[in-house]
Design a protein around this ligand. Structure first.
Ligand SMILES: [Zn+2]
Length: 45
């Protein structure tokens, strides 16, 4: 099961479309991984 998130009302959902505004939701899991990867970048000196 994928966790998704509405880009408009920031509501998490498991559906393809937001239950509030009916907009297509984004894959929240993907964004989470991307943010984590960026946080784990350690520049070499
Ligand atoms: Zn929405």
């Amino acid at each position: 099961m994928k966790l998704r998130k509405c880009p408009k009302c920031k509501e998490y959902s498991l559906k393809e479309n937001c239950k509030k505004c009916k907009l297509p939701t984004e894959d929240a899991h993907y964004k989470f991984i991307k943010l984590r990867d960026e946080a784990e970048i350690h520049p070499r000196d």
